[in-house]
Design a protein around this ligand. Structure first.
Ligand SMILES: [Zn+2]
Length: 222
């Protein structure tokens, strides 16, 4: 199967491609039956792509069929991906082929550029170990990665901690702290206020998944 065909199948499987675009692409292919096997191919071309509630089933089947040929995890990750820290081993599998190209450095201590040694994919990665315990990945074009290296010019996705937490809020769930004055919480509330002094207590509470009164207590520490 061509590299482009594999990439397109994965784009659909990982939900980075609309189902009607995928359907149109599918019908224009000539060699897929041979590459995917008759059973899966017939299932794909006879599937009703307007049936949104069953889409996940066909996506999952396709991913399972493609997975044995993987040499790295890059193609399986959505363009904007959550990789939990130490949860189901996904982080180990993803980082197994990644090499750190450079770090943004303080005050953006969380921000890194990685490149896959196997497929060459570049990723900007936010290491969010305070509230969500996740890595957030954004797929990059080579030209964007080159600009980071040559000019220290980083894309805006994770450039503030507020933006990082907004991604977490949309795609993940905050960790539940037993200590309401945990240092991770204190530092995060203080960083958000430092980054944007007019951010409200309610906005901070919303980003961190805690109450406004807890934010007031966090901000009064130190
Ligand atoms: Zn890769």
């Amino acid at each position: 199967m061509s590299r482009t065909a594999v990439a397109t199948l994965w784009r659909f499987a990982r939900q980075d491609m609309f189902s009607d675009d995928f359907e149109a692409w599918l019908y224009a292919q000539e060699d897929l039956e041979e590459d995917l096997g008759e059973e899966l191919y017939i299932e794909l071309i006879s599937f009703d792509y307007r049936n949104q509630s069953e889409l996940f089933v066909i996506r999952e089947k396709l991913a399972m069929a493609l997975r044995p040929s993987l040499k790295c995890e890059c193609v399986t990750l959505p363009d904007l991906a959550v990789v939990p820290m130490g949860f189901d081993g996904l982080d180990d599998r993803v980082f197994a082929t990644l090499e750190r190209v450079c770090d943004h450095g303080p005050p953006q201590w969380w921000l890194h550029l990685f490149r896959c040694a196997t497929c060459g994919q570049n990723w900007v990665v936010a290491q969010e170990e305070r509230i969500f315990d996740d890595y957030f990945f954004r797929r990059l074009q080579q030209s964007t990665a080159d600009k980071i290296v040559a000019e220290c010019s980083w894309p805006s996705d994770f450039i503030t901690y507020e933006r990082v937490l907004k991604v977490g809020q949309a795609l993940s769930k905050p960790f539940r702290f037993t200590d309401p004055l945990s240092l991770s919480l204190v530092w995060t509330a203080q960083d958000l206020r430092r980054e944007r002094p007019d951010i409200t207590t309610e906005e901070i509470a919303d980003l961190m998944g805690i109450s406004s009164s807890q934010v007031d207590r966090l901000l009064s520490v130190g």
